[in-house]
Each structure stands twice: as structure tokens, then as C-alpha cells.
Design a protein around this ligand. Structure first.
Ligand SMILES: [Zn+2]
Length: 187
């Protein structure tokens, strides 16, 4: 069952109807199903200090007759990147700029307007760790298997080709739609 939702109302509604989803929602901590209860919203801080609601938390509860493990699971808006400050829109600008041939630093600064670009390589590393996931979404994932290389620039090239292909077969915007469709974090 999904971790990504179109809007906060949908995530909230889902969290209030958890018993209805008990056959499909299993805790990753204790493998139990049917123990989740609604547990508050998830917020992210803007750079200006304000915060926005980005999701809902549900708890694998051990109270009131439930036998869960206490782990929380987050239901996110599909426009958000879990555990990252920036949104799917920022990431998409980063990817589009990279695919257009600009440098990693230029793409990161274009996407985030951040004063430094030191996190740009963290994004690239995270994307590289998801490369096999992206490739598995392609219609012919084995097609370019022989292209895997060892050098950094070669890996980046393959990553960008893969993302370009993925973008051509999925609805837009890519990162947001990917999260909604596959119920999996893009990065
Ligand atoms: Zn649990």
C-alpha cells in the first residue's frame, strides 16, 4: 500500500481509515499488519524558517489492544522528496539541466539557488544508488546493460541516459509521477 499521495487530504483520509487497509499495509519493522494508527503530520522547514506540511505519520501501535512495534511510517505528498529539504520540482530542474549538458554545479545552483553546491554530489550519489530501480522501470532494462562503466563521468552519462528514457515513457512531471506510480521514493 502506498506511501505517496496526491495531496495532504488524501494522506490524512488514508491515515484515518487504516483498519480498512490492514490486509495490504504491513509494518517494515515487525512485519505485522493491522496495528497502525494515525500519528500526526510531517513538516519540513523552508529556508526562511516557515514550515509546510509534507505528509502524515502513522504508528505501528502497541497500545489499546494492538501488538505493533512502535515504528512510525511516513505517508508523503508525491511532490516531496523524503528526508530532503528540496521538492520533486527542484530535483526535476536539476535533472533537466544536467540532461541539457550543463555541469553538476550549474544544475544544482539552477535548481536550488543554494549559496554552495557541495550537496550536488550527494544528489548524484543518491541517484546512482537508485539507478537499478530506474532501469527496472524501463521497458527493455537489459538493452543498455553492457554500457555500465567504471569511471565517474561514464556512470553519470548512463544515469542521465536512463533518466532521459524514463522521462520519455512516464507521465510528467517525472519525479512526482514516479513516486505516485511506483510508490517508491525517487531519490
Ligand atoms: Zn511494527
Amino acid at each position: 500500500m502506498g506511501l505517496f499521495f496526491d495531496d495532504i487530504d488524501a494522506a490524512h483520509r488514508f491515515s484515518l481509515e487504516l483498519d480498512r487497509h490492514q490486509n495490504t499495509l504491513t509494518c517494515t519493522g515487525c512485519s505485522c499488519s493491522g496495528q497502525f494508527v494515525s500519528h500526526g503530520f510531517v513538516y519540513k522547514k523552508h529556508s526562511q524558517g516557515r514550515q509546510r506540511t509534507v505528509g502524515k505519520r502513522i504508528l505501528c501501535s502497541s497500545r489499546c489492544g494492538r501488538s505493533g512495534c512502535g515504528r512510525t511510517l511516513r505517508l508523503y505528498l508525491n511532490t516531496e522528496l523524503p528526508r530532503l529539504q528540496y521538492t520533486a520540482t527542484h530535483l526535476l530542474i536539476f535533472l533537466t539541466t544536467l540532461i541539457a549538458g550543463f555541469s553538476i554545479q550549474r544544475a544544482y545552483s539552477q535548481a536550488t539557488s543554494a549559496p554552495t553546491t557541495r550537496n550536488a554530489y550527494r544528489w548524484i550519489n543518491k541517484l546512482n544508488r537508485k539507478l537499478m530501480d530506474y532501469r527496472n522501470r524501463l521497458r527493455k532494462p537489459k538493452e543498455a546493460a553492457a554500457m555500465f562503466g567504471r569511471s565517474r563521468s561514464r556512470r553519470l552519462h548512463i544515469l542521465l541516459i536512463t533518466l532521459e528514457r524514463l522521462s520519455s515513457i512516464l507521465e510528467q512531471p517525472l519525479c512526482q509521477h514516479y513516486q505516485q506510480r511506483y510508490q517508491s521514493a525517487f531519490i
